[in-house]
Design a binder for this molecule. Structure first.
Ligand SMILES: O=P(O)(O)OC[C@H]1O[C@H](OP(=O)(O)OP(=O)(O)O)[C@H](O)[C@@H]1O
Length: 390
């Protein structure tokens, strides 16, 4: 039997106990306990102190809430799926020693999921009318599969490939055939591979043949048309980088030859090294994209947690803004950061909402709603303009 320790995996139980922490927090607990010091604090998580005009997508709130659940603290946070820009996204109020050791895991949950969600949103807005699927969990540690696919759906992607992630989202994984399947049938036997797939796989799975393994893309696509006839739904081109040349030209040529044979309803999907830039170039010629590393390998957001108030007195380290804050979306779609005990901008919408009250989670985590929120937020802040000019 395989045990988790054979995989160097930090378990959910370890994280929940607060043991996935940095050693200096253990030293801090030891020192404060010894000194009999344990102030009431407000601590805030921010990426930028002031708004920058660049928005990112907030994710990881469900896991963060479950991490802190049952600690005797209050937490306000942006709703998952909010586009944020400056100021606190997460605000904890309580006795410091009650949550000190959780900072490491808390920042990790929020930083990683928000970075992935932000890149996924970039791909969503690079091809708003195309089918976009998350294909990249193979690039990272397998324990991240659920987090990546959930963040991709939060950003409005249409689907994902990692089967184990189905447990966390109310949707089935999608995908048809890898090059490995084509290679198992061998060069010259592409028709046998496609036909075997058609014979074996449930009717609910679209017939999307991979058409780049052994020969020219146009050649393999036309052979797939002959092999599967009306049963062929789409073709996928995943041409390896060294053979790609002018990928847009290859795709347009495939489209042309399909149309010339009356196969207008056969769609083209592309994958392999896809980025928002390539999506913008190709989106008029294809029905959809499989995006891997651009989403799964996203840089985590550079969140930091800082104490901003100690025993009701504003205080902060140099470079950070003291005092408990409120964050507002202004009527022009921008963000405004102000002190919580002052009035905000007229017509400003306050964005931090209760998440935990005395240890109890007081919010639902509905992925569909969060996805709708991210889409509505992205429209409101003109995210498409932000990413097309960056
Ligand atoms: O390039 P990314 O955007 O990260 O996307 C992930 C890639 O992984 C797979 O390719 P791979 O060559 O591994 O597929 P194969 O197993 O079918 O050869 C998939 O078909 C994508 O091309």
């Amino acid at each position: 039997m395989v045990t988790v320790s054979q995989f160097d995996i930090i378990t959910a139980e370890t994280i929940k106990r607060g043991d996935a922490t940095d050693a200096y927090f253990d030293r801090t607990v030891e020192t404060l306990d010894h000194a009999g010091t344990n102030p009431h604090v407000v601590a805030e998580i921010t990426a930028d102190q002031f708004p920058t005009g660049e928005f990112e997508l907030f994710a990881g709130v469900k896991d963060a809430a479950h991490l802190l659940e049952n600690l005797p603290i209050d937490v306000d946070a942006l709703p998952e799926g909010t586009l944020f820009d400056g100021g606190p996204v997460f605000q904890i109020e309580g006795t410091y020693l009650d949550f000190a050791r959780y900072e490491t895991a808390l920042l990790g949950f929020l930083s990683h999921a928000s970075g992935i969600a932000t890149n996924a949103l970039e791909t969503r807005y690079a091809a708003p009318d195309s089918l976009v699927l998350s294909f990249g969990t193979r690039h990272v540690h397998p324990t991240l599969g659920g987090i990546i696919e959930r963040a991709a759906l939060l950003a409005g992607l249409d689907g994902f490939s990692n089967v184990a992630a189905e447990e966390f989202v109310d949707q089935q994984a999608s995908g048809t055939m890898p090059h490995a399947l084509m290679l198992c049938f061998g060069k010259g036997n592409q028709e046998a591979a496609w036909q075997a797939f058609d014979d074996a796989v449930d009717e609910s799975v679209p017939r999307i043949t991979l058409c780049d393994t052994f020969s020219d893309e146009v050649d393999e696509v036309l052979r797939a048309v002959d092999a599967l006839g009306d049963r062929l739904d789409s073709v996928r081109l995943d041409t390896t980088g060294s053979r790609r040349g002018d990928f847009e030209h290859i795709i347009r040529e495939v489209r042309w030859e399909l149309d010339a044979r009356g196969q207008d309803d056969v769609d083209i999907f592309v994958s392999g090294g896809i980025t928002p830039d390539t999506m913008r170039d190709l989106r008029d010629h294809v029905a959809g994209f499989g995006v891997g590393g651009y989403i799964s390998n996203a840089d985590p957001i550079d969140f930091a947690l800082d104490i901003v108030e100690v025993d009701r007195t504003p205080t902060a380290k140099r470079g950070k803004l003291s005092g408990k804050k409120a964050v507002y979306r202004t009527s022009n779609g921008g963000h405004h950061v102000g002190l919580a005990d002052r009035s905000g901008p007229s017509n400003g919408e306050e964005l931090l909402e209760p998440l935990i009250r005395d240890g109890e989670i007081v919010r639902e985590f509905d992925l569909d709603e969060a996805s709708k929120r991210s889409n509505a937020n992205a429209e409101r802040v003109s995210f498409s303009d932000q990413v097309s000019t960056s």
